[in-house]
Ligand binder design. Structure first.
Ligand SMILES: [Zn+2]
Length: 125
C-alpha cells in the first residue's frame, strides 16, 4: 500500500496534524484488511518534506492512545533529497542548504525525491 499523507502548514507543530492523518490512514487500512490491532506503521519521509521525525514520533505516541493503533510503533524511513541538474544532466544528493549542482554549480535543478510523506505499510493482527 502507499497512501500520501496530507501536509498542512498551519500552527507551530504541524506534525500533530500529520500524525492524526497517519493514524486515520492506518485505521482505514486496518479495517479494510481485517486487523483489530495495528502493531507497526511504516512511513517514508523525505528529507525535504519539512517534517521533523522526532516531533512526528512524539505526536504519534500521544494521539495513538484510544485508537486501534494504541500498541503501534511508528517506523520512519528517511528518504534523502535527490536532485537532477537539467544543465549537465547529473543526479546528485542534496545534503546542505545549498542545493546547487556540485558539478556545474547550476541552479536549474528538479527535485526527484525528498518531498514525500507516505504510509507504505501497516502490520498487526
Ligand atoms: Zn549541473
Amino acid at each position: 500500500m502507499t497512501e500520501y499523507v496530507r501536509i498542512r502548514k498551519e500552527g507551530p507543530i504541524h506534525e500533530s496534524g500529520i500524525a492524526a492523518n497517519i493514524i486515520e490512514i492506518a485505521e482505514k487500512a486496518a479495517k479494510k484488511n481485517g486487523l483489530s490491532t495495528v502493531r507497526r506503521v511504516d512511513v517514508q519521509i523525505g528529507a525535504f518534506s519539512g517534517v521533523e521525525p522526532e516531533l512526528l514520533t512524539f505526536a504519534f505516541s500521544v494521539l495513538k492512545k484510544k485508537t486501534t493503533l494504541a500498541e503501534a510503533e511508528l517506523e520512519i524511513i528517511k528518504l534523502p533529497l535527490l536532485l537532477y541538474c537539467r544543465d549537465c544532466e547529473t543526479d546528485y544528493v542534496g545534503e546542505s542548504e545549498d542545493l546547487r549542482c556540485p558539478i556545474c554549480l547550476g541552479e536549474n535543478y528538479d527535485i526527484k525525491q525528498g518531498r514525500e510523506l507516505k504510509v507504505i505499510a501497516i502490520s498487526g493482527g
